[in-house]
Ligand binder design. Structure first.
Ligand code: 13P
Length: 250
């Protein structure tokens, strides 16, 4: 069993100085626990400062995105070797906001997955259905397709380093979280899809839930054995609530 993981996706929030003061405040209240990994994903520009501030702690660093090539004439982009050199161990890939606002396709997402894996970065690979897809009964097929295409040519060995985040699009930033049962049902589907195709043990897979997770509702999600942690948006921006969510994970 891989340890549970609580990851905070800061999205486009906090300047470098705000990031520093957030980490300072967080570290005064956070109690590390056995079997729980905590990850922070600040914006690119704050990665060095947050890395420095987290140096003597077990908290790990993630980027929110990367480009699928190692280097070249790609103005404005950031590569896997750059992130690895900076001290990132994780990278979020395939977030629905990138699929929606930046038109990221499963094919492009697969290039990012390959780039990350090629440089020892562990992907936090996001999947999730839109409301109209859920209402049309297409949740499972949409998610299977995101997995099959997004993780094309990933080996079974590499699969063990990937964390999946199930984030139903209709639950992100809406205050309308999925119920733990709804999440667990999709996690079961993800687990059997991946176990079937990659031939790896179901309990070797780590699947997070994301979408309106708060300090109030996180404990209910963690009661399900299908839910191995959380990818937290809004509630990770406040040191008390993020520390509280992490404390509920064992
Ligand atoms: P919220 O927790 O703000 O709904 O965001 C979830 C998310 O998108 C994390 O990646």
């Amino acid at each position: 069993m891989r340890p549970r993981l609580i990851a905070g996706n800061w999205k486009m929030h906090k300047t470098i100085s705000e990031a520093k003061s957030f980490v300072r405040d967080f570290l005064t209240i956070f109690q590390p626990q056995q079997g729980i990994e905590v990850v922070m994903a600040p914006p690119f520009i704050a990665l060095p400062a947050v890395h420095h501030a987290l140096q003597s702690t077990p908290i790990q660093l993630a980027a929110q995105n990367l480009f699928g090539k190692d280097e070249g004439a790609f103005t404005g982009e950031i590569s896997a070797p750059m992130l690895q050199d900076l001290g990132c161990t994780y990278v979020i890939i395939g977030h629905s906001e990138r699929r929606q606002h930046f038109k990221e396709t499963n094919e492009l997402i697969n290039q990012k997955i390959q780039a990350a894996l090629g440089h020892g970065l562990q992907p936090i690979f996001c999947v999730g259905e839109r409301l109209e897809e859920r209402e049309a009964g297409r949740t499972e097929s949409v998610i299977s397709n995101q997995i099959i295409e997004g993780l094309r040519e990933v080996s079974s060995e590499q699969m063990k380093t990937i964390t999946i985040a199930y984030e139903p699009v209709w639950a992100i930033g809406t205050g309308r979280a999925a119920t733990p049962d709804q999440a667990a049902e999709v996690h079961t589907h993800i687990r059997s899809t991946i176990a079937g195709k990659w031939g790896i043990a179901q309990d070797g897979l780590r699947i997070l839930y994301g979408g309106s997770v708060t300090a109030e509702n996180a404990g209910e999600f963690f009661q399900s054995s299908q839910i191995n942690g959380a990818l937290v948006g809004k509630a990770c921006l406040n040191p008390e609530s993020f520390a509280r969510i992490a404390s509920l994970a064992p």
